[in-house]
Design a protein around this ligand. Sequence first.
Ligand code: ADP
Ligand code: MG
Length: 756
Amino acid sequence: MTAPAAGVGTEALARALTKALGPRSANALAKLGLETVGDLVDHVPRRYDQPGRLTDLRSLQVGEHVTVLARVDSATVTTMRSRHGAMLNAVVTDGAGQLDLTFFAKGKGGLRHHEHQLAAGRTGLFTGTVGVYRGRRQLTHPQYQVFGAGTGVDEAEAALEDASKPIPIYPAGASIASWQIHKAVRTVLEPLREADVPDPLPEELCARRGLRTRLEALRDVHVPAVDADWRRGRERLRFEEAFVLQAALAQRRAAVAREPATARPLPPPGSPSLLADFDAALPFELTGGQRDVGEQLARDLAADRPMQRLLQGEVGSGKTVVALRAMLQVVDAGGQAALLAPTEVLAAQHARSLRALLGPLAEGGLLGGADHGTRVALLTGSLGAAARKQALLDAASGAAGIVVGTHALLGEQVQFADLGLVVVDEQHRFGVEQRDALRAKGDRQAHVLVMTATPIPRTVAMTVFGDLETAMLTEVPAGRPGIVTHVVPASKPAWVARTWQRVREEVDAGHRAYVVAPRIHPDPEGRQAGGVAETDDVLEFLDEAGDGVERAPLRAVLEVVEELGRTPALAGVDVGVLHGQLPPAEKDRAMADFASGRTPVLVSTTVVEVGVDVAEATVMVVLDADRFGISQLHQLRGRVGRGTAPGLCLLVSDAEPGTPAHERLDALASTSDGFELARRDLELRREGDVLGAAQSGRASSLRLLRVLTDAGLIADARTEATAVVEQDPDLAEHPSLAAAIADRLDPEREEFLERA
Ligand code: ADP
Ligand code: MG
């Protein structure tokens, strides 16, 4: 952890809990990762129980660690003949359900204290792990606190008063109960004064937005008198969390923007240029959006500070062309451009289509090449030694104006003569560090353009890609016939047969069909062992689906290929195979054969997910579709309906209607709006706290922010934070904010900037 900035009054917060509370409580709290007063006051209640409203005991799950508010019905002490001991059995109730509390002792004397406390009719909080004994749910040796059990009148009154306030329920553990945490928090909070609790939010901002101080907010969440208090406190802490993060991102943006970059302006009109030739050769008109974004990028590149842009767009909106035009502008201005793709298939496709589009322009330096031509180099991990050497040479000498590659581009041996622009396609597979590594390959900062694979909600862009400015492509090229999506129940043979029949019809019409399966090898042992999934995404969903429900093994590419060979509807149709374990040459051939129509059906893993572009493809069949995420499926179906014929996406699944898995598929079938789907994806996957997950390494993290529900707040915080950083880039006049950024964000900085 970074030391707090000098002059910020954090001494009181840095105080060790061993000193503030004594070793016993401190040790118990240390097990939750809480070491200092500051840690403890930032340990915010998870929820609040209503005073006087008892917890629904019938809803308790066995094995769950719970804190319940309940009333004691009865308490009986018995001696146990067999075990030479005594047992106290109390029954507590919420009016409807019951729960047993069990205590054991050597003799009756050892139970006297509990017997006294647990008098019938008293209400209290009980904490423990729910167990079962003879069919009844029980807590064994629960920790508890009953109200009105103190000996003094004052104490009883205080307890009663407490019981009339919202009851904070803290993230607790076996070592310490929620109310003990509450008591500890109150003890350390009580003596704190405003000067002890530095506030990252500037005073002026608080006054203008009617926000209370940080100390007031902490009192609101820890010792609320009424519900409105903790709501107000939480809102304030959420804003603070968003503000600190956005200030950090604004600083990052500002720091990069201060570095000099080489301006790569457009050449004067009429002079020979790759870009002009490329535009003239384009087989279509640019959409309005492509033109607007293109102009924006042209301006960015003409500036002598680095471009830092995120290009968001609907699947099929034509982001690649926009990126290529930016790259050509840089090459025309004497620089080089690097295009970073997530897979070899995609890198090869980009290189191929670039060369095709540029024609003789891509044969710079070769006989017959254009004078102002350049070369497109392809650099991937699996290149042969000679090809690799040539590509490295072309990049280092500058002979290649455009270098396309996978993460192999990041390697130390890769050097550029004058790297001017880095384009990261389908960013979700690359982190900020990799982006930085590539950017740093130039003498000066390169311009950077990042493209997302699918649209993402605005506030996710603001947090996950918060260091970039956004440009959007919302329209897809006119004349696209659209895609129809259906869910096909795997359990209905007639429907499945119809699916292959439809594939046949498309093939007969001269079109192509993708068939995607979640894994490569058939797996006789079920989904647990043996088979290899293609991507982490799929693995993630496999884990998520580990719900104990018996399901058929996942479909495998190699098995599906054989099966299609036996399917009458597809008799005589050549079927190709593509997956990540194939040697690169075979991958290339599989794609080329599919594109040319030699094998009009391609069975593959999700390697075709991102960016693969075959205009004649009209059908996308996804097997075990429920095992994929919404955005992933949206990407997959974006592979079809790219030409003039309409696309058809068939999601084959054995998911039961009404399950979350089936909901995902229904969502897809019901809309083609990528932004809407991205929002639902987040909702369904409960990935709402992008930040929370990123900060979970720290005990002090608030984790109150939700990127979806707090969208407005995050946008406000971004505006405010950007204004503060613009006017005070080093935060010299905002020491508390600077300290908060260092303290809260540094440990996870890489992690949270990397998450995508
Ligand atoms: P994405 O935004 O999903 O990456 P691509 O860049 O792969 O989309 O473009 C999808 C397809 O649309 C490509 O075949 C591309 O050549 C084509 N395309 C791009 N722009 C236009 C346009 N303005 N008019 C017609 N087709 C276009
Ligand atoms: Mg693309």
